[in-house]
Write a protein that binds this ligand. Structure first.
Ligand code: PA5
Length: 425
C-alpha cells in the first residue's frame, strides 16, 4: 500500500541492524506500555473507535450540509491541521464543492479574522468549534467572535442549530458552554492527543460535512493498523522509515525536508511537521521537520538543497496516480518551443522533474533521500498514511528515548502571554 525506499538514503548503517531495538519498542507501542501511554488510544482506534458516534457524525453532516454554504472550522494545532490536510489532499485546492471551508481560531491576526467575518456575512454558515481543553486562547477568542456573529445573524435559536462543538466528554469551558447553549457535541477521546486525533471527531466532523468518504478513510486507517502490526523490519515500511531517520541523524543530519510534488499536499506537510516536531523536539533532541513543494520550491530553496550547508536530508512523498491529469496540446506554430512535450501527460512531466531532481540532489548534491510512495490522494490513502506516520513517529521517538505524546514546551509562551494579557490566575 505505502512503500518505503531507502536506496537513495546513502545510509551508513543497515536498517536491519536495529531489528532487536524495534522488536522491543514495537511491543511497547502495541501493548501501549511505553512512555506517555495514557495518550496511546490512537494505537487501537482503528478497531475500537465509537461506532455509534461515527454514525451520528454522518447523520449530523447530512443534516447540516445543505445549509453549509460555508463551513467555518475553529481550532488550532491538532484540532485544526489534520482536517485541513485531509480536505486539501482529497478534494484539491479548487474543488467543485457546494460547501466552502474556512479555518479560524488558529491565529490572533485581527486582519485575517475580520476578513473572514466580512467574507461570510451574507453566506449561509455552519460553525464547528474544536478544542479538547476548551481553553485554547486562539480558538476561544475566535469562537467568541464567531458565536456573536452567528447569534446576530440568525438569532440564538437558529444559531444553536448551526453550531457544533467537538470537545472533551466531560470537562472544560467549551463543554460547559455547549451544554448550556444546547449545541450538538462530539467527543475527543481523552487518551488521544491533538496531533494523533484527525480520525476522531476532531477531523471526521468537518470531513463528513465537506462530503469526504470517511468510511473509506477509516478503512485505510484499519488496513494500516493490520499491515503494520509486525516488528519485522523487512516488512514494516513505517518502522523502516523510523529507523532510517535515526541513522541519518546519527550521520549528522538534523533537518528533515518533507517534500511533495503536489500543491494540495502542502497542508499535509504542515500536519506532518506538527506530528514529528511536537512529538520529537524535546530534551534538546530531535530532527527539525521542514517542508517544501517541488518543483515550485526548486526555484527558491532548491539552490540551498543542491549546494548549501549540508544540514538536511529529504523525505519525498511520491504519489503514484494523480487525481486529475492533462495532456499537452499541440501548437503547429510552436512559438514557445514546447512541442517536444506534445501529447505527453502533465503528470509525466512532474514525475520526470522528480527523477531529475532526485538524481541531482543525490549524485551531485550528496543529499540523502528517503522515498515514501502512496498510490493516490484519495480517502483510503489518507487514512493509511495517518497510521503509518503515527506508528513511525512513536517508533522514531522511542528510539531516542523521548515521550512522543506530550508537549511541555508549548506552555512557555502561553504563560508569558497570559501575564501580558492580564489573564486572572
Ligand atoms: O497536539 C496538540 O496537543 C496541540 O497542538 C493541541 O491540539 C492544540 O494546542 C489545540 O488544543 P485544544 O484542542 O485543547 O484547543
Amino acid at each position: 500500500m505505502m512503500k518505503f525506499d531507502a536506496t537513495h538514503g546513502l545510509l551508513k548503517e543497515e536498517i536491519s541492524a536495529y531489528q532487536e531495538t524495534v522488536t522491543k519498542l514495537h511491543r511497547a507501542i502495541r501493548e501501549k506500555s511505553g512512555a506517555g501511554n495514557d495518550y496511546m488510544g490512537w494505537v487501537s482506534w482503528p478497531v475500537d473507535y465509537d461506532k455509534e458516534e461515527f454514525a451520528r457524525i454522518k447523520e449530523v453532516a447530512n443534516k447540516v450540509k445543505d445549509k453549509a454554504e460555508v463551513l467555518v472550522v475553529c481550532g488550532i494545532g491538532g484540532s485544526y491541521l489534520g482536517a485541513r490536510a485531509a480536505i486539501e489532499m482529497v478534494q484539491g485546492l479548487y474543488a467543485n464543492n457546494p460547501t466552502e471551508v474556512i479555518f479560524v481560531g488558529n491565529t490572533f491576526s485581527s486582519t485575517y479574522t475580520a476578513q473572514v467575518l466580512e467574507h461570510i456575512k451574507d453566506k449561509s454558515v455552519v460553525l464547528n468549534v474544536i478544542s479538547k481543553s476548551g481553553t485554547t486562547t486562539e480558538t476561544a477568542l475566535a469562537f467568541r467572535m464567531l458565536k456573536n456573529f452567528m447569534e446576530e445573524k440568525y438569532g440564538k435559536e437558529e444559531a444553536k442549530e448551526r453550531i457544533i462543538a467537538t470537545t472533551d466528554k466531560e470537562k472544560g469551558t467549551l463543554k460547559a458552554l455547549a451544554l448550556k447553549e444546547g449545541y450538538e457535541t462530539f467527543v475527543i477521546p481523552n487518551n488521544i492527543g491533538g496531533r494523533y486525533s484527525v480520525l476522531t471527531p476532531v477531523g471526521l466532523v468537518p470531513l463528513a460535512i465537506m462530503g469526504i468518504d470517511i468510511d473509506a478513510m477509516m478503512q485505510g486507517f484499519l488496513d494500516a493498523y493490520h499491515e503494520l502490526d509486525t516488528d519485522d523490519l523487512n516488512k514494516n515500511a513505517a518502522y523502516q522509515y523510523a529507523v532510517a531517520r535515526r541513522i541519518l541523524q546519527n550521520q549528522g543530519y538534523n533537518v528533515e525536508f518533507f517534500v511533495t510534488y503536489e500543491p494540495q499536499l502542502q497542508m499535509l506537510a504542515e500536519w506532518f511537521k506538527q506530528l514529528m516536531g511536537e512529538s520529537e523536539g524535546k530534551e534538546g533532541k530531535g530532527i527539525l521537520p521542514d517542508s517544501a513543494c517541488f518543483s515550485t520550491d526548486l526555484h527558491s530553496l532548491g539552490q540551498f538543497v543542491q549546494e548549501g550547508n549540508k544540514v538536511l536530508f529529504e523525505t519525498v512523498l511520491c504519489v503514484e496516480k494523480p487525481t486529475l491529469d492533462l495532456s499537452v496540446p499541440n501548437d503547429p506554430e510552436n512559438g514557445d518551443n514546447m512541442n517536444y512535450l506534445t501529447g505527453k501527460s502533465m503528470d509525466w512531466v512532474n514525475k520526470m522533474a522528480f527523477e531529475g531532481t532526485l538524481q541531482a540532489h543525490e549524485e551531485v548534491g550528496n543529499v540523502h533521500n528517503l522515498l515514501i510512495s502512496i498510490p493516490d490522494m484519495k480517502e483510503h490513502s489518507f487514512g493509511y498514511l495517518c497510521y503509518y506516520f503515527f506508528i513511525a513517529t512513536a517508533m522514531t521517538c522511542y528510539m531516542l528515548d523521548i515521550n512522543p505524546f506530550n508537549q511541555p514546551g508549548v506552555e512557555v509562551y502561553k504563560k508569558n502571554m497570559f501575564k501580558l494579557l492580564g489573564k486572572p490566575e
